[in-house]
Design a protein around this ligand. Structure first.
Ligand code: AMP
Length: 509
């Protein structure tokens, strides 16, 4: 991959030569300039070649493939149009992303005669079958339901001219590789392939090597970097006080729209109940919720009638909520990459956002791992205005959290007052057996499944703690100082992969 980085400053939508109906839709959407991924990807797709794009959600990638696809399909009428026979297939990992992408297709294609359709599981299949009896030019689908339709012979993939794999890394994480292979086998050999992925693992490389022919390459916001405009901060707080602190923060700052991530579905439900009990309208969104409940919660959150959405990683993947101002990590993820995905929900397409993490002492290793990944320290911010409740029930024994950052004997790096201690050098850190810890050592990584759907259902460790956690001290509850919060207000994360190099597009071919 070449190191040259360019920006799209000089590129306008007019210079991309998109059809007039698309230009009108772009103007209606209020876009004035293409985002970097659009400026680079659109000409490559219009030229008809395959594309490998490294772009996270929030970069404008959806329009980056949707606009040129609409252009190409409208420029060339279907050779042999028949009902239920799409010309473009967009595969995505989650239902929410499917709905969003299809909404984008409709938004940008509203002045074109092309027809689109979205297809995902968890809902009645009959309306989808009915739609397939009519014209479908662009199909946005999750792999499982798509294969159901293929099995029922309600869908014919033999006329697909363009295939998009969106968020391919997450599709692989979710265990969709077999389904993807089955689907690829049903497509015509001659077609254009576009692969979008936030990260480039070996699995993605294998998939793209087998799928793409001489692809153009675009990468924006390097892998595992954090989006520029997001201000990140950490509040150190014992687990049992987190829900109280969150209620306080939402009320005190009058937050209108906050996406909260919890580790488990059960935790999401519990937190939602607590927020509602505190008078804060909230809804949970996770894999155990019915699709109509998920859709309703998301719609209410998007239109501002529901200020708090509590989500697990898998449910929130790919959520695109315009100018989402606050993301809260109620618990830190034990897979550091998930932190980047989570906070990518805010600070999207040029708007600023804040990512706040509530961190218990037990999570300090997770925090270190995240900071190592994003190559920056996240400021610890104290909150004076928070007075913890005094009559809290005694906490039930809780199993210690473990993960790929299993607790080692190098202690928390933060003092009870929230001051940072020097993190121990990774190369010298040892676990309780005296073994050297290396972040890359798979043996010391999370033993839970990589598949987030399975992860959601499994506790962090199988072994309950023998000892109950000792009660936290009052001083620990009061270490959050508002004044320090303002002083330590984090700077926008201008992480650059190399000193002097601006994050931006890296173009290979
Ligand atoms: P995506 O990364 O595709 O999920 O898009 C993130 C957000 O950026 C969406 O809300 C889009 O509406 C918005 N967006 C896409 N392209 C542009 C653009 N050129 N200018 C401003 N906003 C955009």
């Amino acid at each position: 991959m070449p190191e040259n980085i360019s920006t799209s400053n000089e590129i306008t939508f007019a210079s991309l030569n998109l059809a007039q109906p698309l230009m009108r839709a772009i103007a209606d959407a209020g876009y004035t300039t293409p985002t970097p991924v659009q400026a680079q990807a659109i000409p490559l797709v219009l030229a008809g070649g395959d594309l490998l794009a490294g772009a996270q959600t929030g970069t404008g990638k959806t329009a980056g493939f949707t606009l040129p696809i609409l252009h190409l399909l409208s420029a060339k009428p279907a050779a042999n149009p028949r009902p239920g026979r799409p010309r473009c297939l967009i595969l995505v990992p989650t239902r929410e992303l499917a709905a969003q992408v299809e909404e984008s297709v409709q938004t940008y294609g509203k002045y074109l005669p092309l027809k689109s359709m979205v297809m995902f599981g968890g809902v009645n299949i009959n309306p989808q079958m009915k739609s397939l009896r009519g014209q479908v030019d662009i199909l946005v689908a999750t792999p499982g339901r798509l294969l159901d339709h293929v099995g029922q012979k309600t869908l014919d993939l033999s006329a697909v001219e363009i295939l998009v794999l969106d968020e391919a890394d997450r599709m692989l994480d979710m265990g969709f590789i077999r389904d993807i292979k089955k689907i690829l086998a049903l497509l015509p050999k001659q077609r254009q392939n576009l692969l979008f992925s936030a990260t480039f693992s070996d699995e993605i490389k294998t998939l793209s090597d087998g799928l793409l022919h001489n692809p153009g390459y675009v990468e924006v916001a390097r892998r595992n970097s954090t989006v520029e405009l997001i201000s990140q901060s950490v509040h150190l707080v014992p687990q049992r006080l987190k829900s109280h602190l969150l209620s306080h923060l939402i009320k005190h700052h009058d937050w209108k729209q906050v996406l909260v991530f919890t580790r488990t579905k059960h935790g999401a439900n519990r937190l939602t109940e607590k927020l509602i009990a505190d008078g804060i309208p909230a809804a949970a969104i996770h894999g155990n919720k019915s699709q109509p409940a998920r859709t309703k919660a998301l719609a209410q959150f998007k239109d501002g009638t529901m200020p708090v959405l509590v989500a697990t990683d898998i449910a929130a993947r790919g959520l695109d909520i315009d100018q989402l101002p606050h993301v809260v990590n109620f618990e830190l993820p034990n897979v550091p990459e998930d932190y980047v995905h989570r906070i990518g929900r805010t600070g999207r397409a040029g708007s600023s956002g804040a990512a706040i993490s509530l961190v218990d002492k037990e999570e300090s290793q997770f925090l270190r791992d995240i900071e190592r990944l994003i190559k920056r320290e996240i400021p610890v911010v104290e909150i004076d205005s928070f007075v913890p409740p005094t009559n809290l029930p005694v906490e039930a024994p809780r199993p210690p959290r473990q993960g790929h950052g299993q607790r080692r004997n190098n202690g928390p790096r933060t003092s009870a007052t929230g001051n940072r201690q020097q993190p121990s050098r990774e190369g010298q850190a040892r676990n309780s057996q005296g073994q050297k810890h290396s972040p890359g050592n798979p043996q010391q990584r999370d033993q839970r499944p990589r598949n987030p759907q399975q992860r959601e259902q499994q506790p962090r460790n199988g072994q309950p703690s023998a000892k109950p956690r000792p009660p936290q001290k009052t001083a620990e509850q009061q270490h959050l100082s508002e004044a320090a919060r303002h002083q330590a207000m984090p700077q926008p994360a201008l992480f650059s992969p190399k000193p002097g190099v601006r994050p931006g597009i890296r173009k290979a071919r």
